[in-house]
Design a protein around this ligand. Sequence first.
Ligand SMILES: *[C@@H]1O[C@H](CO)[C@@H](O)[C@H](O)[C@H]1NC(C)=O
Ligand SMILES: *[C@@H]1O[C@H](CO)[C@@H](O)[C@H](O)[C@H]1NC(C)=O
Ligand SMILES: *[C@@H]1O[C@H](CO)[C@@H](O)[C@H](O)[C@H]1NC(C)=O
Ligand SMILES: *[C@@H]1O[C@H](CO)[C@@H](O)[C@H](O)[C@H]1NC(C)=O
Length: 359
Amino acid sequence: MAIAALTTLVALAHIAVAIPQTATAASSALPTATAVVPGLNFVAKSAGKLYFGTATDNPELNDTAYDHILDNFLQFGAITPANSMKWDATEPEPYVFTFEAGDVIADLAHENGMLLRGHNCVWYNQLPSWVTANNYTAPELAAIIQNRCATLVGHYRGQVYAWDIINEPFNDNGTYREDVFYNTLGTSYIPIALTAARAADPNAKLYINEYNNEYLGPKSTALLDLVKELKAEGVPIDGVGFQCHFVVGEVPTTMVENFQQYAAIGLEFAITELDIRMPLPATPEMLEQQKTDYDTVVSACMAVPNCVGISVWDWTDKYSWIPSTYPGYGEACPWDANFVRKPAYDGIVIALENRTSVL
Ligand SMILES: *[C@@H]1O[C@H](CO)[C@@H](O)[C@H](O)[C@H]1NC(C)=O
Ligand SMILES: *[C@@H]1O[C@H](CO)[C@@H](O)[C@H](O)[C@H]1NC(C)=O
Ligand SMILES: *[C@@H]1O[C@H](CO)[C@@H](O)[C@H](O)[C@H]1NC(C)=O
Ligand SMILES: *[C@@H]1O[C@H](CO)[C@@H](O)[C@H](O)[C@H]1NC(C)=O
């Protein structure tokens, strides 16, 4: 009886290992991850992180097969609205706000017990034309920014773990991006936005989110200097986001050293928009390299305790922004367009498990 039961268990375990969507190709460079883990968020939390999360977007939510995986808390402990809280989506006309689409994502996070990352308050892109077209004076634009951050962050008060208040303020060479905010207000738009956000939701972590700041270089130095200055002046700032939109085989080598500089000033940070694209068509070699690359990025977060979590910029190639933004590139996500896990998924698990076993 006992032996029969045990045989059944072994048989069941074998079936469990054989279920579809476990990673297939084994890497030569990396070990195979433990055959079945409950999910990425489960392993991330076991390793001491707050969450493994993903971006999602309103038009995808009518896809029930997509929802089935998105809604699984074992996979995702945080969601970020890819578009529906941006300026063009929430304040299409001056001082007129619409939150319907954003509320759908906030409600979804709440229903699933997930953290919500708010994205974003001030960004030069996806900006309704009225912000740039009216030649606002500095006091007018300051009032617009102040009101926007107060209204947006206030609307979601108590529901958001962290807000990307300022998005992409720098050029790659470390100078300030010459957008309407900087050109009208200089750097003062940054404390205006952060201060309004803090007052609107004192418990939300306030972030500045950037790309090409993941490695040592002028952009990272400029952002670090900005954060130090804000802290010295008593301006509320809690975190920095490293977007991590990478290309297969080109993942930066100085991430850990760079991250440690931010940890040294007592700041938390997160990997906020991870994806790793490749030229199409994908080959098995590129998918293996992608597995290694995902492992490298997640391991860098694991190496620095102040890295609180990791979000991918959607989890499936079906809804990735990459093919439309970078023609000829794609396959950037850990799940393919048919919701089958790629070797990249295993790369993430290996990095998270490596740390888990140490703890
Ligand atoms: C979801 O809606 C979009 C239009 O918003 C449509 O293009 C798509 O086919 C729909 N997907 C499903 C799975 O129904
Ligand atoms: C803003 O300034 C530009 C350049 O001086 C001018 O062409 C345009 O008409 C102005 N727009 C408004 C709404 O005043
Ligand atoms: C930095 O980059 C920006 C945007 O590409 C450019 O306009 C500016 O001239 C550059 N500044 C320096 C000092 O290289
Ligand atoms: C596991 O972590 C150690 C350092 O903590 C690192 O040297 C090693 O490469 C990692 N292994 C994998 C498979 O990521």
